[in-house]
Design a protein around this ligand. Structure first.
Ligand code: URA
Length: 270
């Protein structure tokens, strides 16, 4: 009897805590980024006598405007003369808000000398944990698609238009994409691939500067152009593997795109 009376409030509190947790996850707050919880309402309040005030987090992002962040990305990217320098510059860059919530900077995987460069959207939870692009389920499908044209991670190079995981895999904001773009363009200029493949609409819209959806873009050879670096590379936009996992009926189209990529690579090396 007493037990029943004692446990009811506990159950109500547990249900309330579970509901609060579900709400946070829906908002995209699905990773713990500090060892201990930090009440930012208290941190922001006036210090009161006798109460310890938690340390304020560093706030470089709040001090920089969007334009300044892009400018600092442009100059950091420009200063990188090699891939190793570019990777170090990306890791040191604090101008993309996504870095604050991500566990890892996800730069690239594969062989930059392979001539074939894939660009996806953004790291997911598995990539964030392992620090490498396309290592989760969509990466496994990408591996099978590569194998179907006789390639693997030693004969392809893989990166994303964002180097940090958006919390809860939400859509990145235009500011977050803009802050990473100078590094991505420099990345392409330093790798100098023979062919580019954009995996999904995000990479295509950011790097081809188009509003057309991937359904209209895929299957057509287009040109990726970057006047600043004097780069012009043929690009095949195709479906993102994660989309193919949700829409398996479209795998035939992706297969045709990969056959076209394999044929073009043969032409280029003959
Ligand atoms: N999806 C992407 O676009 N990139 C990754 O690295 C993983 C999943």
């Amino acid at each position: 009897m007493t037990q029943g009376i004692d446990t009811a409030p506990d159950e109500a509190a547990a249900a309330e805590a579970a509901a609060a947790l579900r709400w946070l996850i829906e908002l995209g707050a699905d990773e713990a980024i500090e060892e201990a919880p930090l009440n930012r309402f208290i941190a922001a309040a006036e210090p009161t006598a006798g109460r310890a005030v938690p340390a304020q987090p560093a706030r470089p992002l709040a001090l920089q405007s969007g334009g300044e962040m892009v400018e600092s990305a442009v100059s950091a990217a420009r200063a990188a003369a090699t891939l190793a320098e570019l990777e170090a510059a990306v890791r040191a860059f604090d101008g993309c808000a996504l870095k604050k919530t991500a566990m890892s900077t996800v730069f690239s995987d594969g062989n930059p000398l392979s001539g074939l460069m894939f660009i996806g959207e953004a790291p997911g939870a598995d990539e964030d944990r392992q620090g490498k692009p396309f290592v989760g389920v969509s990466g496994q499908l990408l591996n099978r698609m590569l194998a179907a044209i006789g390639r693997d991670r030693q004969t392809a190079y893989i990166t994303n238009v964002l180097f940090w995981r958006p919390p809860g895999n939400r859509k990145p904001t235009p500011q977050e994409s803009l802050a990473c773009q100078p590094f991505v363009r420099r990345h392409i200029a330093l790798v100098k691939p023979k062919l580019l493949v954009f995996l999904g609409g995000s990479a295509a819209s950011v790097l081809l500067n188009t509003n057309k959806g991937i359904t209209r873009l895929r299957g057509h050879w287009l040109e990726y152009e970057d006047g600043e670096h004097g780069v012009q590379v043929p690009v095949m936009p195709t479906y993102h593997p994660a989309y193919l996992l949700r829409q398996p009926a479209l795998k035939g189209d992706a297969w045709r795109d990969f056959l076209a990529i394999a044929a073009r690579l043969r032409e280029l090396s003959s």
